[in-house]
Design a protein around this ligand. Structure first.
Ligand code: IDP
Ligand code: MG
Length: 156
């Protein structure tokens, strides 16, 4: 089981696409184990996007991400980090494949609706930035007996 940090960016909230985008993740079988609406501070944006500091789009990215509230999610599932990236699609809305969140809901390259951790190390770091102790639920879901094949003793 993996947990990924997902952000429904300010454009997703302003365009009233929170429900539609969240449905994509839920319908796939991912479990919501953390969720909150929040305004990202300058400091938090800088920490979250530290690897992009100095890039031409960095200032605009921080301005965008701090401009209006976002919905922050912790999503759990088998291979959740890669599964989420596949559901999101390529970075640029104009290039993202049809059927993906970015491909279906947007066309902008910077206002691309959703952030998702890009690997286990990033996920651990980002979950720690956005969720405090006790804010991520450790509960099992009734439906998981049908979402996964658990005949071997572990979900597959
Ligand atoms: P990702 O969100 O698909 O992981 P990253 O390369 O990590 O893509 O970039 C972080 C965010 O910065 C993107 O989601 C997008 O909002 C923005 N961004 C990335 N590259 C560009 C660019 O070339 N122009 C404008 N915005 C960009
Ligand atoms: Mg990234």
């Amino acid at each position: 089981m993996e947990t990924s940090l997902i952000i429904l960016k300010p454009d997703a909230v302003q365009r009233a696409l929170v429900g539609s985008i969240l449905s994509r993740f839920e319908q796939k079988g991912l479990q919501i184990v953390g969720m909150k609406l929040m305004r990202i501070s300058q400091d938090l944006a800088a920490k979250h996007y530290k690897d992009h500091a100095g890039k031409p789009f960095y200032a605009g990215l921080v301005k965008f991400m701090t401009s209006e509230p976002v919905v922050v999610l912790a999503l759990r599932g088998v291979g959740a980090i890669g599964v989420c990236r596949n559901l999101m699609g390529a970075t640029f809305g104009s290039k993202a494949a049809a059927g993906t969140i970015r491909g279906d809901f947007g066309i902008s390259n910077s206002f691309n609706l959703v952030h998702g951790s890009d690997g286990p190390e990033a996920a651990a770091r980002e979950l720690g930035l956005f969720f405090g102790p006790g804010e991520i639920a450790d509960s099992s879901r009734a439906i998981d007996t049908w979402v996964y094949d658990s005949a071997s003793g572990k979900p597959e």
